[in-house]
Design a protein around this ligand. Sequence first.
Ligand code: PMP
Length: 420
Amino acid sequence: MKTFSATEFRKQFPLLQTVSDSDNVIYFDNAATSQKTLAVTNASRDFYLKNNANVHRASHFLSAKATKLFEVVRTKVQRLINAKYENEIIWTKGTTEAINLIAQSYGLSFIKPGDEIVISAGEHHANIVPWQHVAQQVGAKLIILPLDEKGIIDLHEAKQLISAKCKLVAINHISNVLGKINPIKELIALAKKHSAKTLIDGAQAIAHLPVDVQELDCDFYVFSAHKMYGPTGVGVLYGKQAILESMPPYQFGGEMIKKVSFTGTSYNELPHKFEAGTPNIAGVVGLGACLDIFIDKQFLPMAEYEQQLCQYLYQKLSKIEQVQFLVNGCPDIPVFSFTCSGFHHQDVATYLDSKGIAVRAGHHCAMPLLEGLGLDGSIRVSLAPYNTFNEVDFFIERLSEFCLGELNEKVQESLAIESD
Ligand code: PMP
């Protein structure tokens, strides 16, 4: 097996080489967005500088070149997630738009009064609010699957709550707060037993696990390029061909039509039916430049390294008396949420920021989850394979000194002013 070197991998990310006033940036906010490889920014830049034209339209050579560069990435994504057909890959601007597309198109057309939509207590707002809207619009009921003490969807409860009334089960593969892998294979099988469709929010999973949509047998799988070292403004909606074909368009305009007349309009074939308007061509081309990271033989050793980093951070954090994890046990990917007893989460993040460490504090777009745990926020530390054991050590030292109140007076004063 190929070995993985975090030092070598890190070299691909220009931002991580930049030096702030005193030190390198320690970027521990990867669940929000990952850093971008030079190959990604170069591919997008080169597209504008050398190949810029609109896709699927003009009969000139530049448009043909641009279309080829754009469509080749669709094929790469198809291979990445093992979709059966290329036209099952729909470009969106992110996970949020992909879920909204399904909600507006599938949800409003196929979910009827009295039907049930099942989500979990651990969803990101992007997989809650669109379903609240659909439920209100059509008169359906939203059912919430509880999590167990380890922070994963409780299968026993799910067996009680998913019934013949359920039309759709929409759940995350990995929680963006807890970093725990949900038992999605079992939940997909359970949904199927009741003929319900399944949507998996893979925003946090795609950069950490191999995903095979045919093996999972889910109906929809969605994710964002910017969490897998790719550009912002690009997302993927995978849907089974027959289901996508049965769904009405989500947005209307150019590209998604076959024929337009004032007496009636017919719609284009998949995937174009769901891609109205000019897409983010340079963004998609940029995404194409980082997919090799996941397809390469290096992926498994990289995931192994990430696991070691995850265990290491868990052990170190567990030793700090004030640290209280939101749920029991080490996360499955390095996404840690915790509070520090006696301190406000924002003060912890502000102190770490003053030391060059970027973490997230707040509700992480999962207010119901935090509320269910009796919290209004937490600190979230999320790592990527370009992070190192040394960075973890430095972070733990800074967090310990904060928790032990070993701060100098100046820092204490500035934190006091900010929280006033
Ligand atoms: N779902 C999950 C689990 C997420 O972590 C995120 C991003 N934090 C989203 C959905 C939304 O992704 P985006 O903002 O890229 O649309």
